[in-house]
Design a binder for this molecule. Structure first.
Ligand code: MTE
Length: 318
């Protein structure tokens, strides 16, 4: 074994003092994190303030839209694992355990794995996306989400060319989600799906926050999908599993009522729900009498997404 003495170490191998100091600082900071437990993990801790870096607005944001008052968005939610009443989940969802949280990504991918959310957040940059959100029940809102594009996450696991669809699965926590325990209505856990080109479209995001803060539990914390040109039920909350598939998955709503909730669920004013028109919508927060607005094809995102459906007759794929 050759032991280098001080004299025979070539100068090219001697660490620059500045780099040496930087390395020491990083090691010290990591030690402090390990001792105090105060890493990005604390983002999800109860009552903690998020430590988001300065959030840039995404180029896909609708900067011109006025956001719906946050109190409405946080207190008028659809979260059937907790309740069928829109006001109840604000309180009930607080029992959900979301820290720590990991997401399994598997199926037709080169690098499957289970990823801690904190590690995902360290790799991907968060941006603000101000999007219209249209529920199939004919109400709508405008939400400033904070998140990252799903395609950036999928890029990490390297989808194979055989990956044609994506299935998303929500958490199964019957002890904290009363309707899962009672087997009420849907087959739990909640499942949704997209075609791979929809999943990798730049408008499709995974949200971890909204209104400059972390995502409230009732709105899908710690991680939910947002697909702004589709009806809101596609935007699945509390995601724990993402699978890339060869065949189309069957979503919870499609299984429950196939003639009412299709796989595509693209917002379309010309295709009525079997029980009501989709022609107009009630914009939350716009007052009782002035509340209705004309619904737009693809929720107004046609310029960006219509080409995905060029070969389809939109009247038949609902
Ligand atoms: N995801 C899960 N896991 N459970 C649900 O009940 N409801 C869906 C969707 N994602 C739902 C879900 C429906 S019907 C809508 S309209 C939106 O979430 C509502 O999102 P919000 O409650 O944040 O407004």
């Amino acid at each position: 074994m050759i032991i280098h003495t001080h004299k025979n170490i070539p100068s090219s191998e001697i660490t620059d003092p500045l780099v040496f100091k930087q390395r020491r600082d990083i090691i010290k900071a990591m030690a402090a994190i390990m001792l105090t437990g105060s890493s990005i993990r604390s983002v999800w801790a109860e009552n903690s303030k998020p430590i988001w870096p300065k959030i840039a607005k995404s180029e896909f944001s609708n900067q011109d839209l006025t956001s719906t008052p946050s109190e409405l968005v946080k207190n008028y939610t659809n979260y059937y694992e907790f309740s069928f009443n829109k006001e109840d989940s604000t309180k009930l969802a607080q029992n959900l355990q979301i820290d720590p949280w990991s997401v399994e990504i598997s199926g037709e991918v080169e690098k499957p794995g289970t990823f801690h959310l904190e590690d995902i957040l360290q790799q991907l940059s968060l941006e603000e996306y101000i999007y219209r959100f249209r529920c199939v029940e004919a109400w709508s809102m405008v939400v400033p989400w904070i998140g990252f594009s799903l395609r950036d996450l999928l890029h990490i696991v390297k989808p194979l060319s055989s990956a044609k669809f994506v299935r998303f699965t929500s958490v199964y926590q019957p002890d904290s989600m009363p309707n899962q325990g009672k087997n009420a209505m849907l087959a739990w856990p909640y499942v949704e799906g997209l075609r791979i080109d929809e999943a990798t479209h730049p408008l499709t995001i995974l949200a971890t926050g909204m209104y400059g803060d972390k995502l409230p539990k009732q709105n899908g914390a710690p991680l939910r999908l947002v697909v702004p040109w589709k009806y809101g039920f596609k935007s699945i909350k509390a995601i724990v599993k993402i699978e890339l598939l060869k065949r189309p998955p069957i979503s919870s709503w499609n299984k429950f009522a196939p003639n009412e909730y299709g796989f595509y669920a693209n917002v379309n004013p010309d295709v009525a729900h079997p029980r009501w028109s989709q022609n107009s919508e009630r914009l939350l927060g716009s007052g009782f009498f002035t509340a209705r607005r004309q619904t737009e094809l693809f929720n107004g995102y046609g310029e960006q997404v219509a080409s995905l459906y060029n070969d389809m007759d939109l009247r038949h794929f609902f």
